[in-house]
Design a protein around this ligand. Sequence first.
Ligand code: SF4
Ligand code: SF4
Length: 231
Amino acid sequence: MNVNIFEKANRIVRSSDAAYFGVIDEGGFPSVSAVSPVKPEGILEVYFTTNLGGNKATRLQKCNKASFCFREGGSNVTLVGTAEILTDQETKSKYWLDWFKDHYAGGVTDPSYIVVKFTTNRVSLWIDNEGAEFTVGDLLAVQSCCGLLCDGCSYKESHGCAGCIAVGGKPFWGECPVAACCHGKGYVHCGECADIPCDILNEFSCGEDEHSDKPAGARIAVCKAWAANKR
Ligand code: SF4
Ligand code: SF4
């Protein structure tokens, strides 16, 4: 798994106005239906609304195991995890969209209007003819200063690099200026820095170089995920 796949998957999720959502029904079978994610930010968490008295809510109250599938062209992103029903007014107001009034006559305070929070545990995807499977735990394990995922780096074997942390930010090609800056400021990774993304990190992540991220900013997104989901 590399940083580019992570950010490509985030972008597919962010641009989807509909996705397939699977729950376990009363007979123990998977039951899939279409839902509209609300302002999805990426693969780690997805929110949507459903009716409190409906099948999805009833089934989730009995079994919180669930799955999402997002699709774009020939690419797809499957997320497996757990779902939680949120009924507090602060959350309901935060995720309310105007068109929900077609479904909830009482508006944002309608008792049947609930928000479902899906939290991903495992990801399985196929994007741009490349497949990957990984757990969120693996993704959130800090592997470098700049956000690169050394575990999936092809140079690890070919160039005998033990990974950013093991080599102290000095991989086979020399001293990494991002790692040097990070260490100098006393950070483990750039996600801890208020200046992210600075010019140095931007140059590595968003530059024109063949080693820059595609899509641009992928390693920055990983750093931010590490910072936001400290484990
Ligand atoms: S530090 Fe080594 S393993 Fe990590 S991304 Fe750089 S070259 Fe690859
Ligand atoms: S984000 Fe930039 S300034 Fe901050 S630690 Fe990383 S390289 Fe240094």
